[in-house]
Design a protein. Structure first.
Length: 126
């Protein structure tokens, strides 16, 4: 019985490990079936996408710094993981905010390639 509890505890611990920004990059590259490009990610992030906004409209062109929501004025903590260790550590939040922000800027969901490229660029920032 004790062995079963030890095994169950080990399996549970493996399931609750925090994800890392690099885990998300790997996930998005796998979903896209292609390697990410930081250069493409930077261009995507700073270019207006279909509407009036780009990612940089709220997160600034330098996501190592705090931003401000373009419509509400609400403060936004830095997006780059090097400046904010809490970014890209929770799958539910990552999926929620990519869905929400992509809809705001693109009027559609971001592709896995777009997410991978943005992640690659954000991870390159120091």
């Amino acid at each position: 019985m004790r062995h079963i509890l030890i095994i169950a505890a080990a399996l549970f611990a493996a399931d609750v490990q925090a994800e890392t920004p690099r885990d998300f990059l790997t996930r998005f590259e796998k979903e896209a079936g292609a390697v990410a490009s930081a250069e493409r990610g930077a261009r995507f992030f700073t270019t207006k996408q279909g509407g009036e906004w780009s990612c940089a409209s709220c997160h600034t062109e330098r996501p190592m710094q705090a931003g401000r929501h373009a419509k509400t004025g609400k403060a936004i903590t830095p997006l780059a993981p090097a400046a904010n260790a809490e970014r890209f550590t929770d799958a539910a939040k990552v999926d929620k905010w990519f869905r929400r922000n992509c809809n705001d800027t693109l009027n559609r969901l971001c592709s896995a390639q777009e997410k991978a490229d943005v992640m690659a660029w954000l991870l390159a920032l120091k």
